[in-house]
Design a protein around this ligand. Structure first.
Ligand SMILES: [Zn+2]
Ligand SMILES: [Zn+2]
Length: 263
């Protein structure tokens, strides 16, 4: 997230050898990313796009030598020194720089879950909120009944047996989890583990950061918004849009309830 953070990268081809070349990469800023995307959208310049990503993302190297062992100095923004990197390693580096900038699906899912939970818990009264700290589950010895560790077995209601399968191998009926927590009446909108135990620390932190930044109207790192990392901006979009869609769903439900009452 820090635009000045140096990511170390060693090629998969050199992982096993002693003293491999270490490349230093940085996340693209919003400005860098925009320029690269513009080239990409053009369509005819994929090679140029890759080169641009590499030139903006690569900030140095160690142990990069000619075959005679003499050191190749790093020259920022010099195509010649970049062209000395083997082509396949260049591709790895480009992929890595893009990876650093973008948010993987797993994190998006985690963030949406955190938003959902915080929306839910903010509507609970204080007593209920307090009963949903996972430390509480454990201190009240409820971690088993709430399945905080996710290791509780399901039950087959027909055979009256506990098992880890979703479908009972004996009677082929669906088994039922012991714990169910519903977010809403919508089908499938439930979890079978203590909802708090499912919150990922990293997602909670990131959601808090985005909300903090938005409320305080200051950016996480010095510099203009174009100098922030693309990662932060993608993150912000994910957090704010999942909060928005949650709000929209709630409004829709309220409208529906209103409709019911009137009709
Ligand atoms: Zn718990
Ligand atoms: Zn069964």
């Amino acid at each position: 997230m820090d635009p000045n953070f140096k990511h170390k990268y060693v090629s998969v081809r050199e992982k096993e050898i002693e003293g491999p070349t270490i490349f230093y990469l940085k996340s693209l800023t919003v400005f860098d990313y925009g320029i690269c995307e513009e080239i990409k959208i053009d369509g005819n310049h994929l090679g140029l796009y890759s080169l641009e990503v590499l030139m903006r993302g690569l900030i140095g190297w160690d142990n990069f030598t000619y075959s005679d062992g003499s050191v190749i100095p790093f020259d920022y923004y010099n195509m010649k020194s970049i062209s000395l990197i083997p082509y396949l390693v260049q591709l790895e580096l480009i992929e890595e720089v893009i990876d650093i900038c973008e948010i993987e699906q797993e994190l998006i899912d985690e963030i949406q879950y955190v938003t959902k939970w915080s929306g839910y818990s903010s509507r609970l009264d204080e007593n209920k909120q307090n009963s949903w700290y996972c430390e509480n589950c454990i201190s009240e010895k409820r971690q088993k009944s709430r399945n905080c560790y996710g290791d509780q077995l399901n039950t087959c209601d027909k055979c009256k047996e506990d098992m880890e399968f979703d479908i009972c191998p004996k009677c082929e009926k669906k088994t039922t989890p012991k714990f169910r927590f519903r977010f809403s009446k919508v089908k499938g909108d439930l979890v079978t583990r203590c909802p708090v135990s499912l919150l990922s620390r990293r997602a909670v932190k990131l959601v808090n950061l985005v909300n903090y930044v938005d409320n305080s109207k200051s950016l996480p790192f010095p510099g203009s918004s174009l100098e922030q990392t693309q990662f932060f901006y993608s993150l912000r979009t994910v957090v704010l849009s999942s909060q928005d869609s949650l709000l929209k769903k709630e409004m829709d439900n309220m409208d529906k309830d209103k409709g019911k009452n009137n009709g």
